[in-house]
Design a protein around this ligand. Structure first.
Ligand code: C5P
Length: 402
């Protein structure tokens, strides 16, 4: 069965010679049993007729917000679709979408759409490489849209270079991969711990750390977006989490995180321990605010429970357990010994010595270390993309345990 079966797809076509390829693209989508509705800019109709496309799509083609039948509801269309594909997209439409300009049916539906949007540019090499175009492409990606990269080769102008629209097969392939990934974790339950813990000294003070919770929250969101039911245990972090697939348990201290994790773990398929749990807590917590005095003060500390190690002990052969190691020296060695000690299947190493990795930043540079000693190092990336790398590795580990 095709993952595109019954998927509602809007195909937006702009005025470029590459528009001739959209007949084939429409045919491929219909063959994959997607339901296709086509929008065209007026310029696109100079390159390919609406009659050709409506016949292939088995649906009327819209080329204006208003038509003989009346007003075409772009909001309804935007909400109807499971995906919107704009192919080819011209330099002009790229610019319009990047800046929120709404003056035709494609731009209107784009602004109303809540579904993922894919765009496949087509233009001459110099137009494509122009900083204005590149900056619009970056903006559109920054807004969460998916670029279908241009190809290299002969262009309509006779020049050779980058700027060809991706072949219809490549566009369909990218859609296929997107929808496949969307359901990658369907039916799976995954526990994620995230954020710092605060260990109370008195009702006012605590011992904490600089963790923002970002890495764990991005992991939870990425898993939820791919169909997993996520149990997120989050320490004190200003981050807000809202996804119907994420069940949030807010905790303060390591002991609370431990209790929550131990009770949730037996019912999940995998757990990712991304929390920066305090290793020590004050042995005695004062019920009242401690008053200052004219002498020094010592706080006696005791160990907190090691949550990850406790889960490692009760882990079944079907469960996957992933930990993090934030190291400042002897990174690989320390991470490897942690992996064995806590019975992880994989550990994500990040070093505070790497610029761009650590607490305050939105980027991270990781190395994945497996039980068999295998390692995989990644470039510096945004934490959101790092989360995707980690869950791809998790997916493979879960498949191995099936
Ligand atoms: O020993 P260390 O704190 O460096 O180990 C890091 C890994 O162990 C992380 O995955 C962290 O979430 C987990 N951990 C835990 N409970 C603790 C300490 C660490 O779950 N008390």
């Amino acid at each position: 069965m095709s993952v595109l079966e019954q998927k509602k797809i809007i195909l937006g076509i702009c005025g470029s010679i590459a528009a001739y390829k959209t007949a084939h693209l429409t045919r491929l989508l219909v063959k994959a049993q997607a339901e296709v509705k086509i929008l065209m800019t007026p310029a696109a109709q100079q390159f390919i007729t609406p009659l050709t496309l409506s016949t292939l799509a088995k649906n009327p083609v819209l080329s204006s917000v208003q038509s003989e039948e009346g007003w075409n509801n772009h909001v309804e269309l935007g909400l109807w679709a499971d995906a919107m594909v704009i192919a080819p997209i011209t330099a002009t439409t790229l610019a319009k979408l990047a800046h929120g300009i709404c003056d035709n049916i494609i731009t209107a539906v784009y602004l109303s759409a809540r579904c993922p949007v894919f765009f496949a540019p087509a233009m001459d090499v110099d137009m494509w490489l122009h900083p204005a175009t590149q900056s619009n492409v970056n903006l559109l990606q920054y807004y969460g849209n998916h670029l279908i990269p241009v190809g290299y080769g002969e262009l309509a102008s006779g020049l050779i270079g980058e700027g060809r629209m991706a072949e219809p097969e490549v566009i369909v392939q990218q859609l296929n991969e997107f929808f496949q990934q969307k359901y990658q974790f369907e039916g799976k339950k995954i526990l994620v711990t995230a954020g710092p813990t605060y260990e109370a000294i008195d009702p006012v003070r605590f011992i904490g750390n600089r963790s923002s919770g970002k890495m764990g929250v991005y992991l939870a969101e990425a898993l939820a977006a791919r169909g997993a039911m996520v149990e997120l245990i989050l320490g004190p972090s200003p981050l807000q989490v809202q996804h119907p697939n994420i069940k949030l348990t807010r905790i303060e201290g390591a002991e609370q995180m431990f209790q929550a994790a131990i009770s949730l773990f037996p019912n999940v398929d995998a757990a990712i321990m991304a929390a920066a749990v305090a290793d020590y807590r004050p042995k005695f917590v004062s019920a009242q605010k401690i008053k200052k005095a004219n002498h020094e003060m010592t706080i006696e500390l005791e160990r907190t429970p090691d949550i990850a190690a406790a889960l490692g002990k009760i882990k079944t052969e079907h469960q996957v357990l992933i930990g993090f190691a934030l190291e400042t020296n002897n990174e690989l060695e320390n991470a490897q010994s942690k992996l064995m000690r806590k019975n992880f299947d994989m550990i994500v190493l990040n070093s505070l010595q790497d610029e761009g990795a650590g607490f305050h930043v939105d980027t991270n540079k990781i190395t994945l270390i497996y039980k068999n000693g295998e390692t995989k190092a990644f470039e510096l990336k945004s934490k959101k993309i790092v989360a995707l790398d980690i869950i791809q590795a998790l997916h493979l580990l879960m498949n191995e345990k099936k």
